[in-house]
Every structure is written in C-alpha cells, then in structure tokens.
Design a binder for this molecule. Structure first.
Ligand code: HEC
Ligand code: HEC
Length: 486
C-alpha cells in the first residue's frame, strides 16, 4: 500500500510543481507586460477557472496522500525510507498547500473584489504580481523538492545503511555471493556442521521470530580472545556471529527435517559490526547473499496436523540496525551464562568457552536470563522474556530509548516496572501495565495487535507470540492487584 501511495503522491507533487513552474516562468511575466486593467481581468478570470475539479482534485488529493504518508511514516519510523516519505510529505503540505492558503488565497480574494478598470486595481496590481509570484516560486519549489524526496523513497535510497552486502570468508577480503563459498560449514551444507574454529552456542531466552528455530555459531580469529568485562563483550576484529533460521516441516514427525530460510551474520570489523544475510534456496543446497527486505513463503504442519503457511520476513539493513544498534544482542553474559546440553553431555557454557580459549576470562558475576518456557518462577521467566524480546529497542542505546519505557531485567522489578504509566490508548486500554489486570494492560494489547503500526515488538516479526503473551498475562495477573484510577 505504501509504495502505491508514495507513487501517487510523487506524481501529484510533480504535476503541481510543473503547473506552478508555468506561472513563475511565463504566465505571470506575460501578464506583467499587459496594461494593468487587462492583466487584472485576465488574472481574475484565471482565478475563477482554476477552481475546477481536475486542478483541485490533484492539489488536494496529493495533500491527502501526503497526510496519510506522513502519519504512516511516523508510526513506522524504523521502516526503510520513512524519513524521506515524512520529509517529502511535509515539504508539500507546508511549502505548497499552507503557503497557497496563507499567501495566494487572500491576495486572490482581494483582487476579485476590485473592478478591473478602477484606480484601486491599477494601484494594487504591481504589488499583487510581485508578491504572488515570489510566493509562487516558493510553493513550486516545495512541490518539486517533495516529488524528489518521494521518488528517492521509492528507489529505496534511505541513507548509508540501506542495503545488506555479501561478506568475505574468515581471513579474506573478497566478499562471496554464496554461503558455501564462505567455507564455514563442511559436508552437506544444510546440516550446518561447523568447520574448526566455529563453535555452536545457545542463549537463555531466544528472541521470538514468528516461530522460527535458530542455531547460532561464533568464530574468533586464531590467537585472539573475546574480552568479557561486563554484560556486553568485546569481540576481536575478524570475529563472526552466525544465526540460521529454520522451520520444522512437520511438528508431528521430526524425521521430516526442516526448511532453512536464512543465515544471518554479524562480522566484527574495525568500524563495529557489519550485518549480512544469506537466503536459502528451495533445494536447500546453498544460500545466496540477500540485500534484505523480502518475504519468504514457509509452510509446515503443526502438532494437530494442520497445514500452516506464512511469509517470513527477511529484515532490511535498517531493521537490523534498528534492533542491533552496533551491538551483539544474544552474545553477552546474561544470555550465555547457561548450562547446556552438548552431544557429549551437559556442560557449563562459559566454562566451555573458557576451555576453548574463546574468552580471556570468565565474566564478572551478573544477572542472567532464564528460559521463559522453563521451570523457574514466573516472575523471572516473564522478565527474561521482556528483556530478550523488547529491551534491544526499549533500553539504553536502543531505538525506542526516547519512549523512556524500558523492559530490561533491571527495569521490571516491582519498583521500576511501568505500573499505571499513562499511554496512548490501544483497544481502550490507556495504562501500559496495570498490576493484577492483564485485560487492562496496554502492552499486552499491543503484542496481540495485528496492525503493524502498533504491534509490539516492532519489526520483522508480525505474528503474535501466543505462548509469550500467555506467560506475560499470567505474570501481570499474579502481581499484587492495584487500581490505576486517580
Ligand atoms: C527485532 C529485532 C532484531 C532484528 C530486526 C534483527 N535482529 Fe539480530 N538479534 C536480535 C536479538 C534479540 C538477538 C539475540 C537473541 C537471539 O539470538 O535469539 C539477535 C541475534 C543475532 C545474531 C547472533 C549474535 C547476537 O547478536 O547475539 C546475529 C548474527 C544477528 N542477530 C544478525 C542480524 C542481522 C544480520 C539482521 C538483519 C538482517 C538482524 N540480526 C536483525 C534482534 C534482532
Ligand atoms: C524494533 C524496536 C522495538 C521493539 C523490539 C519493541 N518496541 Fe515497543 N516501541 C518501539 C517504538 C519505536 C515505540 C514508539 C512508537 C509507538 O508508540 O508506537 C514503541 C512503543 C511502545 C509502547 C508505548 C510506549 C508509550 O510511550 O506509551 C509500548 C507499551 C511498547 N512499545 C511495548 C513493547 C513491548 C512489550 C515490546 C516487546 C514485546 C516492545 N515494545 C518491543 C520500538 C520497539
């Protein structure tokens, strides 16, 4: 819908810019050469004829499209090109529509009241031409700028991070198009058997991704180590973090295997982390570098044998940056301090990393997340879920920091949680969290919402996580009940 609206608005702005160019360039200069009485009569006639449904339709129809685009961009600011659509729409609404209403309409009304042959008309005309034309240059230029910005938005030019690029294998500088050429897995690629140096790891509380399963790997260049001085770790340049998304083909029969969709990377370079993604082919023999921002159809059978279909969204570069903001999100103390099952038995993951010399020393004691579906008390499971699924945006340094609403472990204690915090109403609920009352808590309404503009978590995932929502509802219901009425 948005691309179509953007196209309509861009065409409208360009048409209006062309019309006003005509006035600035030859209509007004031509009238200025006539005797004032003739010129006034001609202009009065133009001002009557111009009020026809075609001209007004384009002028105001474009304004409507721009209002829609601007609101839509504000509601989905992290979408690629949102700021271009917003700036383009505002340029037209303020520079063209508002200027017309403020400067041209009143002058035209005054002119219409003067008899063309009168002395007043002769006196008024030179001032009218000068100021009308000057403001006409302004509104024409604003419409032209608006058309240019909207066209850039359509072309997908939204800043420096607009596209994802292929990456190079460890130790090389030449980016490769195919996952197989990266040489990080050996044998049958789809089985993801890591080559020496790549270590599989697990996180305590995974991010919900429309039901996808994930496998994760880390690589550190030989001879270097990761520094673990706090919750976030310092990875040496040349490190790789890898995450593959897949969907089981049939939940009743694991032997049928899974459909691999995407393998994402964060490669540590001199300038921070460079994101990349490789999308798997249908035959599951290889994956190709993708620029992001596309949908992949996936289908599977659920526990009851019902065939499920959905579109899995491969994020755009802007979306990667919106969540990651230059950091690894799962590769940190609170997510990795974990006792994990390995093929050869149960092990402490941090001790394992240390034995492999991946990390220079064990990180200092830190709060850790737990498995939201595990058997820990509900309070810590719910808060771990919020930390893992919301705090990369709603946390310090996150893209929703300006909401001042934080969902990390530290901000969901009884004294810090956003109890009774007023908010824009969703579904009639106008408090973010009402202890004891999930049905009045707006954050749960947002998690259930289908409208992408209010759905939380914002981003590539759009399907409500039913099990996460049940957990959070049970958590809110179990909090000591409180009324938020004044
Ligand atoms: C909705 C927010 C979100 C978006 C969008 C997103 N990520 Fe992530 N990503 C996360 C979170 C949270 C984790 C850690 C939890 C997990 O792995 O389940 C993570 C983990 C990863 C990891 C494993 C290393 C780590 O940070 O723990 C890689 C690699 C990765 N993401 C790459 C990408 C790339 C590349 C993109 C864009 C194509 C992307 N991500 C888009 C939130 C996001
Ligand atoms: C990809 C970034 C991102 C993620 C992930 C995310 N949010 Fe948000 N959230 C935003 C942005 C941006 C806003 C402000 C715009 C708006 O209100 O829609 C927001 C606003 C909100 C608000 C309204 C804030 C207010 O001031 O009243 C709530 C409540 C909320 N988010 C809850 C959540 C919850 C719960 C999660 C996790 C399940 C979550 N969000 C995950 C980006 C995110």
């Amino acid at each position: 819908m948005t691309p179509f609206m953007t196209l309509l608005a861009a065409l409208g702005c360009a048409l209006i810019a062309g019309i006003f160019l005509g006035f600035s360039n030859f209509v007004m200069p031509a009238l200025a050469r006539l005797r004032p009485a003739h010129a006034v009569r001609a202009m009065q006639s133009i001002n009557v004829v111009v009020l026809n449904r075609w001209f007004l339709g384009v002028l105001l129809g474009t304004a409507l499209a721009c209002v829609g685009l601007a609101l839509n961009a504000l509601g989905a600011w992290s979408e690629p090109g949102a700021w271009l659509r917003f700036a383009g729409s505002c340029s037209y609404l303020v520079g063209t529509v508002w200027v017309t209403k403020r400067y041209h309409v009143p002058r035209n009304e005054t002119l219409a009241r003067l008899p063309a042959e009168s002395a007043e008309a002769e006196h008024f005309w030179p001032r009218y031409v000068a100021s009308w034309s000057a403001w006409n240059h302004v509104r024409g230029a604003a419409a032209f700028v608006a058309a240019a910005l909207l066209i850039l938005a359509l072309l997908g030019v939204s800043g420096c991070h607009s596209r994802l690029h292929p990456i190079a294998p460890p130790g090389s500088n030449t980016p490769v198009e195919r996952l197989s050429e990266l040489g990080i897995f050996h044998g049958d690629l789809a089985r993801q058997i890591p080559r020496t140096g790549f270590v599989e790891y697990v996180v305590n509380a995974p991010l919900y991704a429309d039901g996808a399963r994930k496998r994760r790997f880390v690589y550190v260049p030989p001879g270097s180590h990761i520094q673990t001085n706090g919750d976030y770790w310092q990875l040496p340049v040349g490190s790789y973090l890898v995450k593959t998304f897949s969907f089981p083909r049939d939940l009743r029969n694991p032997a049928l295997g899974e459909q691999l969709v995407e393998t994402r990377f964060l490669v540590r370079t001199e300038d921070g982390f460079s994101p990349a993604t490789y999308v798997w082919n249908e035959a599951q023999t290889d994956a190709r570098s993708s620029r992001g921002g596309l949908d992949i159809p996936v289908s599977w059978f659920d526990e009851r044998g019902v065939r499920r279909q959905q579109a899995f969204h491969v994020p755009s570069a802007a979306q990667c940056a919106g969540c990651h903001a230059g950091r690894a999100l799962g590769f940190r103390t609170r997510q990795l301090d974990h006792v994990a099952e390995y093929a050869d038995g149960t092990r402490d993951q941090l001790a394992h990393f240390s034995a492999l010399r991946l990390i220079d020393r064990l990180p200092p004691a830190h709060a850790v997340l737990v498995d939201p579906n595990g058997d820990a008390p509900i309070d810590v499971r719910a808060r771990s879920y919020l930390d893992a699924n919301c705090s990369h945006c709603h946390g310090r340094g996150g893209s929703a920091e300006r909401t001042d609403l934080f969902w990390d472990l530290e901000h969901t204690t009884p004294s810090e949680m956003p109890s009774c915090r007023p908010t824009r109403s969703v579904d009639g609920r106008d408090r973010v969290l009402v202890p004891g009352h999930p049905e009045q808590s707006e954050f749960l309404a947002r998690m259930l919402a289908e409208d992408a503009r209010i759905h939380m978590p914002r981003g590539p995932s759009t399907l409500a996580d039913q099990s996460g929502i049940s957990l959070l509802s049970a958590w809110v219901a179990a909090l000591p009940a409180r009324s938020c009425d004044p």
